[in-house]
Design a protein around this ligand. Structure first.
Ligand SMILES: *Cc1c(COP(=O)(O)O)cnc(C)c1O
Length: 416
């Protein structure tokens, strides 16, 4: 939790952010372990009355091994989308029986490695992929459990880039074709259809699209039952929204759960959820320091040392992130566009932020960057990726060293 202490400095879980910046420099990602645990426990509590539930944290939201370990220790399963994410889970010794593999196109290598590790199931996204999984499982003399990811044609009313369950999107298999595809899969020797899956989008604030999607999955479940295809898992994907601005009012996990459980409680079927953002989004912060202040025509700019390579969401989705100063002063506030040092007009972190007078090296904190923050960072402009720090019981733990410029160049040395 962020709190301004007596010395007018903002602290996170009792730890001085100023101190973290002195230890590891800026930009620097900081996570609250307490807050991560609370969000997971809140999910568990909300879904307590649904006995057969598997929460599969969506690794792509924030994939640091140390954060995966926290969820693993809490009993979480995992939703992965790449070989790299699988390797992270193997590294921490995650239970293969709690891993689902999503993603629009799994490579042969990814399928082989997942079968070897013995994951719970693949969320299959096309007929071609289904055939490929069957072929690979056959060569390995094994059977692959699968869900078909259906596209329920539902508008989650979120940003178009993160709406994934519309007719026009590349994801899943049209729901009216699904029965045929299940029958096809059921005849295959090396795949076993055991689940139904959908993921309609991200940062969703309205429970209705989730419920509509679930109803379509339940309808499909019954149709398949009539054809003697017995489904054991209904996977609703992720997508629950979080609070970014003070005005945001996303549904609580409890509200969300109550609407879902009502519909599914009488089915003899496990529920899988794949939350990402709602498990990590509000637990992460980005510390950045002021480089320069400047005025162009009548616009005031504050140029900071974090750019779109460190935090892409504002540039990519026009996303809002709250920004505040770490040292509170009583100076008169004025509106700034807070921008990064990168050579792109789109390198904006936030527009019209009210801030007091700030000078070089003053510290700012950007809120709610735990999900799709660090993981989307890049080396654009040959900028090293930021370090990551975890706060645990007032201790400061470095969970990722700052990248070095040599590391960035390393793979280029061969051809000199
Ligand atoms: C990204 C993704 C998630 C997680 O979404 P959030 O909005 O972060 O909860 C879950 N499932 C699939 C298939 C995804 O692609």
């Amino acid at each position: 939790m962020l709190k301004t202490k007596n010395n007018n400095q903002v602290h996170l879980d009792g730890v001085s952010l100023q101190k973290i910046s002195e230890m590891y420099g800026t930009p620097c990602y900081v996570y609250s372990k307490n807050s991560l645990i609370n969000d997971f426990e809140e999910y568990k509590k909300a879904f307590k009355s649904k006995k057969d539930i598997l929460i599969c944290y969506s690794v792509k939201a924030c994939s640091n091994i140390n954060i995966l370990k926290i969820f693993n220790n809490l009993g979480s399963g995992f939703d992965i989308v790449s070989l790299g994410e699988l390797e992270r889970l193997k590294h921490i010794g995650a239970d293969p029986n709690k891993i689902v593999f999503s993603g629009v196109a799994k490579s042969d290598e990814e399928i082989r490695a997942s079968l070897e590790y013995g994951i719970l199931l693949f969320n299959v996204e096309s007929i071609a992929e289904l055939e490929n999984i069957n072929n690979i499982a056959k060569k390995m003399d094994t059977k692959a459990n699968i869900s078909i990811r259906v596209n329920p044609d539902i508008d989650p009313k979120t940003h178009p880039y993160i709406s994934t369950g519309l007719k026009s999107s590349k994801f899943g298999i049209a729901i009216d074709q699904a029965v045929d595809v299940y029958e096809y899969a059921n005849k295959m020797k090396n795949v076993i259809p055991i689940g139904i899956d959908a993921h309609i989008g991200s940062q969703i604030f309205d429970i209705v699209p989730f419920v509509d999607s679930l109803d379509k999955l339940i309808e499909l479940y019954s149709k398949l039952k009539d054809k003697n295809i017995n489904i054991k898992f209904i996977d609703m994907g992720g997508g629950l929204g979080i609070k970014y601005s003070d005005e945001d009012n996303p549904p609580s996990k409890k509200e969300f759960a109550s609407k879902i459980i009502d519909r599914i409680k009488n089915l003899d079927c496990n529920l899988i959820l794949e939350p990402g953002r709602s498990l990590v989004g509000n637990s992460g912060y980005l510390l950045t320091s002021v480089l320069y202040e400047k005025q162009n025509y009548d616009k005031d700019f504050l140029i900071v040392d974090a750019g779109m390579n460190d935090l892409l969401r504002p540039s990519l989705y026009d996303a809002y992130h709250k920004i505040e100063e770490v040292n509170k002063t009583s100076g008169e506030r004025k509106k700034y566009n807070v921008v990064g040092p990168i050579c792109e007009t789109g390198d904006i972190l936030a527009k019209d932020v009210e801030l007091p007078p700030l000078v070089k090296n003053d510290l700012l904190i950007i809120h709610s960057v735990g999900a799709y923050g660090y993981v989307m960072s890049s080396n654009y402009n040959t900028r090293p990726k930021a370090p990551e720090v975890l706060i645990e019981d007032e201790k400061i733990i470095l969970i990722r060293k700052k990248e070095t410029i040599t590391q960035i160049m390393e793979n280029e040395f061969n051809n000199e």
